[in-house]
Ligand binder design. Structure first.
Ligand SMILES: [Zn+2]
Length: 121
């Protein structure tokens, strides 16, 4: 099991230009999704200009995700054994209690299992 904890996340911004200037259309969490999206734009809007910009962003310290294996919340950087009690949370309140985190609950972001899976590869 790797002990390395990622401090950044890669995202792919998709920009379009329909002739009225560049606009940010969406942000994808994987290269694959970005590519699929670009292909869809090309098919649905022939002539549109497209630009994909890769960004490396710091991970918000207080991001949790719903685990697709055990159903609990884990910290975003956690990629270990679900049986680790210290890394399993029922919700943001339990997260703060267990890890002695002192932040307003609305600072804690909860992401889906799909979003978490998208950045593992
Ligand atoms: Zn789990």
């Amino acid at each position: 099991m790797s002990k390395y904890i990622r401090k950044t996340v890669d995202t792919w911004q998709i920009w379009t230009n329909y002739g009225y200037g560049w606009e940010l259309e969406c942000i994808e969490m994987s290269r694959k999704e970005a590519r699929e999206n670009v292909r869809a734009y090309r098919e649905n809007a022939p002539g549109v200009q497209l630009r994909v910009i890769k960004k490396r962003e710091p991970i918000n310290e207080h991001v949790l995700y719903e685990c697709g294996i055990c159903g609990s919340l884990h910290r975003w950087a956690f990629d270990g054994d679900c049986r680790n009690d210290r890394e399993r949370f029922d919700g943001p309140i339990e997260y703060c209690d267990k890890l002695k985190v002192d932040v307003p609950l609305n600072q804690i972001e909860i992401k889906t299992w799909e979003e978490r899976q998208a950045v593992t590869d």
